[in-house]
Design a protein around this ligand. Structure first.
Ligand code: SAM
Length: 182
């Protein structure tokens, strides 16, 4: 995970107001399920603040950034690019190739998710266009399943640093403890 080559998530497109929660949830899902960094378009400052605030409170390491050129990030990415799309190859058919590039060849990964229509250039620039089923659903669901496949469940054991609070798992009820005294 965090001792492996970087996994970054790029949110392509953001309609202020309409996409606020989805963009925020792309960031929160990336953080919770093992990615190292999320990049939002530069009109998504409110989502950046929410994700940064959650990272401050619940821990990291995790970075959230804005970019004024999301497609420039794709073009100039030094590792491999995975574009999640319902039109892509089946995740179960390509996941081992992506894992091999990441874990065996040491390639960083950029995982791209869209909002509205994704420009065709992105399909051409991606190393893999990957469908989590070939049915229409959500960037948050696609990202969650893809990260779990990439990390083979290891992300569920993540340890968090610099948190000021920790949720204690319970059969019933809600318990959150402060980590300040440690
Ligand atoms: N209609 C848009 C298009 O054709 O590009 C996509 C809109 S969809 C609501 C938003 C994003 O969710 C997509 O860009 C893609 O990243 C993700 N997504 C939706 N269904 C998916 C699927 N079956 N597999 C992987 N990603 C998916």
């Amino acid at each position: 995970m965090h001792d492996e080559p970087e996994v970054a998530v790029l949110r392509l497109g953001h309609r202020p107001g309409r996409d606020e929660r989805m963009t925020t949830h792309v960031g929160l899902t990336a953080r919770a399920l093992g990615a190292d960094r999320v990049l939002f378009p530069d009109n998504a400052g409110q989502s950046l603040e929410t994700v940064a605030d959650i990272t401050d409170r619940f821990g990291g390491p995790f970075a959230v950034e804005l970019t004024d050129s999301p497609q420039g990030i794709i073009r100039n990415w030094g590792g491999r690019v995975v574009h999640l799309t319902m039109y892509g190859e089946r995740v179960q058919d390509v996941e081992s190739d992506v894992r091999a590039a990441h874990r065996d060849d040491g390639e960083s990964l950029l995982i791209v998710v869209g909002a509205e229509k994704v420009p065709f250039d992105v399909y051409e620039e991606a190393d893999w266009n990957v469908g989590v089923t070939n049915q229409p659903h959500s960037e948050v669901a696609g990202l969650g399943v893809f990260l779990d496949r990439l990390f083979e469940g290891r992300e569920l054991e993540s340890e968090w640093t610099d948190a000021d609070r920790e949720v204690i798992p319970m059969e019933t009820g809600k318990r959150v403890e402060s980590t300040d005294e440690e």
